[in-house]
Every structure is written in C-alpha cells, then in structure tokens.
Ligand binder design. Structure first.
Ligand code: HEM
Length: 426
C-alpha cells in the first residue's frame, strides 16, 4: 500500500492536516443552507452566487487542497514544513474567518471594510500554507511528477488568491474597467491551474497506489502539466491583448483535461480494486463530468451561449467536488491508520472499516441528486430549495462518516499500545 519513494517519517501530525479535511462538510452544509433560505437566482449578476461559489472554491476545494499539500508534500518530497502545526492552525483559522466574512459580504452588502478584512485574512492563509511549502521545497532532491504538479498548483493558487483580492478591491471603491478580464483569468487559474493541476498531480500517485491500477505513461506525467500551464499563460495574455484568440488557449487547456478524463476512467477500469469501492464511483463520475464540462466550455466560448450553470455544475460540482470527496474517503482513514500504526497500535480497525461504505454510497446518491436538481432549477426554479436540501444531507452524511474515522483516532491516540496488548492477554 505504501509505495516506494515515500518519506513517512516526515509526515505532519494528524492534528495539522485533519482540521482542513474535517471542515469540508460544514461548508457543504452552509452552501445547501444558502440555496434553501436565500432567494437565489441562477445568474452571475446575483452577488449571492459569488458567495455560494466561494463556499465551495474556498471552504471546500482550498480546504482539501491545503490539507493535501500539507500532508503529501513532506511525504513525497521528503521535506519538513517549518512549524507545521502552528502554520496549519493559523492558516486554517484565517481561511475560515476570511471565507465566512467574504460570504457574509456577498450575501448582505460588500462594504469596503469587509472586503479589506476578508481579503487580508484569505491572502494571509494562502501565503502561510503555500509560502511555507514553497520555501520547504527549495531543498528537495525528490522532484517527482507529483511534486512538480503540486509545486505548479501552489504557484497557481498564489496567483489566484492575489487576483481574487485584487477583484475584492473593486468593492472597496476602486472598480476597474478590466474587472471582467481579471475575473476570467482568476476563474481559469483557480479552477484549472490550482484545483485541476493539483488533482492531476495527486492522481499520478493515488490512482496506482489506492486502486492498484497501471502507472501513468511518461508523456502524461512529464508533459501534461507544463502544457496546461502554457494554455493558462496564453489565456491570460490573450484575455488582455488578443481576446479574439482566447479560443486557442481554451483548446490547449481543454485538450489535456479531455485526455486526463479519458485516462482516469481507463486506468480505473484496469485497476484491481473491487468495483464496490464507492470512491471509484466518485472518480469515474468526475471523469465523465470533466469530459462533458470541457465540451460545454468549448460550446460556451464558440457559440456564446449562456451555459454558466452547466459549466459550474459539471466542472465545479461534477469534477472537482466529486474527486475531492473520493480523495477524502481515502486520505482520512489512511491518516488515522498510519498515525495509530506509527504510535505502535496494530490491533485497530482496518482502513475499510473506518468509513461506512453504506453511508458513503448514500452520500454519493445525494451528491449526484444535488447537481441534477441545480440543473433542473434552470427550468423549474422551485427545485433550487430541494437541491439545497440534497447538499445539506450530503454534507451531514460526509461529516458522520469522517467523524467515524476520527473517533477511532481519538479513542486510541493517548493509549499506550502495550497496555492495550496486555489487556488482551489471557
Ligand atoms: C483569496 C482567495 C479568493 C478571493 C479573495 C476571491 C475573490 C473573488 C471575487 C471578488 C470574485 C468576483 C466577484 C464579482 O465581482 O462578481 C471572484 C470570482 C470568482 N472566483 Fe474567486 N476568489 C478567491 C479564490 C478563488 C479560488 C481558489 C477559486 C477556484 C478554485 C475561485 C473561483 C472563482 C470563480 C469561479 C469566480 C466567478 C464567480 C462568478 O461567475 O460569479 N476563487 N473571486
């Protein structure tokens, strides 16, 4: 299970990264509550939509990615992040406070003070996690494809956060005429550069490791991320100077995400894990949504159709949220198992027993339902409340399931393993 090239002695404490993973369901529930209680219109001009989207992009995506970076980088690159527990505590607190203020501002009125404070909190959180991780990486000798992808995603994350705060300054009185251009660059770097590249890099490691699937081809691990970066740079330059050529950048980015979606599904079909493993459902569902999402993006740009909601549902919900949920169901039990093992506890439940497969499957149904209902609400607006309800149930099920694993950790962590052994002797 633990593949070659992992420096497990560098792994940070569970308390450092677990706090990010366990905050995720709370933000999914909050997003659901917004759909239920706020009269929300599925149009971009509604500021509540910005709040709703950032409950996911900051409260869920960034939360999982910060946890994953903090967890995987030391193990894969053999580096230790300085003051890891303190950095995690601070960045996690700033991320929560910044996201809540940001959301509050867009749900009520985004005043200059709220935009200033939320922007500062968010920027601090991004710089704490990504800055310290980049600093730690300076000395690594292990620049594997996954580490390179995480490195790229971290730069993209810093760039996204910087542009995001720039966009926020518009609400502090300095509305710029390039606001829409910056927003389009911010969105594309956030979704494809920060989240997309991180997911691709992590899957180079996770898919062969957790699903006993064939390794990715060298072309894939070597070239896909740099080519996506070229696409992102072209997108930014063309957005400013040659908007009529943006389609070229889109085609570059879309080609490699298309390829990734097909490769993931193919690899999982070749894997030797039982098909009943619900995380495979999440990954395959994500692959299909990524493929459809890329088609929608191309149609959106070439035909100028209003497909915002389809794009958000396929790429944000269907692709990113699905994969991150699947990852959480693997990473959290693995961490509990790993840290208890490291403390000498060998007679603990297996990773499979730490998460209820039944609850995870029911959550999958509500996850898919929530996305279908959002699309349905385009024709039947009253469905939006039901979509909110489905998000809330999905979030509660995820919380119950992750807490099951955490309870096992809390039960054993302070017990001397020798004492547990002795009580078992006749
Ligand atoms: C420091 C962190 C961030 C800040 C301060 C921030 C801020 C903003 C602001 C102010 C807007 C424009 C709202 C408007 O004027 O209509 C926006 C839009 C957007 N942001 Fe962020 N953002 C951040 C991180 C992210 C991340 C990490 C992602 C993706 C993973 C993301 C995805 C988006 C998307 C998709 C939109 C477009 C929303 C729409 O269509 O209405 N943001 N962001």
């Amino acid at each position: 299970m633990i593949g070659a090239g992992l420096s497990l002695e560098q792994a940070p404490p569970f308390e450092a990264t677990g706090r990010f993973f366990l905050s995720v369901p709370i933000f999914i529930i909050m997003a659901g509550l917004i759909l239920v209680f706020k009269d929300l219109f599925l149009v971009r001009s509604d500021p509540s939509i910005v709040a709703f989207i950032h409950l996911f992009t900051l409260g869920v995506f960034t939360m999982v990615m910060f946890g994953a970076i903090g967890q995987m980088l030391p193990v894969l690159a053999g580096v230790s992040i300085p003051n890891t527990l303190m950095v995690s505590r601070l960045s996690h607190t700033f991320l929560i406070a910044g996201t809540l203020l940001f959301v509050y501002g867009f749900l009520s009125t985004m005043t200059p003070l709220i935009s200033l404070i939320s922007g500062m909190f968010l920027l601090t959180s991004f710089f704490l996690v990504l800055g310290t991780s980049l600093y730690a990486l300076i000395n690594t000798q292990k620049f594997s494809p996954t580490v390179k992808a995480i490195f790229t995603a971290m730069i993209a994350g810093l760039f996204t956060s910087f542009l995001g705060v720039w966009l926020l300054t518009s609400y502090a009185g300095k509305y710029s005429e390039v606001h829409a251009t910056i927003m389009s660059i911010h969105m594309v770097w956030g979704i494809f550069g920060f989240a997309g590249v991180l997911i691709i890099g992590v899957s180079f490691k996770i898919i062969p490791m957790f699903y006993v699937a064939p390794e990715f081809k060298t072309f894939c691990t070597k070239w896909v991320v740099p080519l996506i970066v070229i696409g992102l740079i072209l997108w930014s330059v063309f957005s400013f100077f040659l908007p009529e050529l943006k389609w070229l950048a889109l085609l570059v980015i879309a080609t490699f995400f298309f390829a990734f979606s097909v490769t993931v599904i193919k690899k999982l079909n070749q894997g030797r894990r039982p098909i009943s493993d619900v995380t495979i459902w999440y990954w395959k569902f994500a692959g299909v949504n990524l493929f459809i999402g890329m088609l929608v993006w191309i149609i959106y740009e070439f035909m100028s159709l209003n497909l915002d909601v389809y794009l958000a549902v396929c790429i944000g919900g269907g692709f990113i949220l699905s994969i991150l949920t699947g990852m959480l169901y693997k990473i959290v039990p693995f961490l509990v198992w790993f840290h208890l093992n490291a403390k000498g506890h060998f007679e603990i439940p297996t990773m499979r027993e730490m998460i209820s497969a039944k609850i995870a499957k029911i959550q999958f149904v509500f996850h898919v339902l929530s996305l279908i209902l959002v699309l349905g609400a385009l024709s039947f607006p009253y469905l939006i409340q039901l979509a909110g309800l489905a998000f809330i149930i999905s979030g509660i099920l995820m919380m119950v399931n992750l807490l099951k694993a955490v309870r096992i950790y809390l039960k054993y962590k302070d017990i001397d393993p020798n004492v547990v052994f002795k009580t078992k002797e006749p």
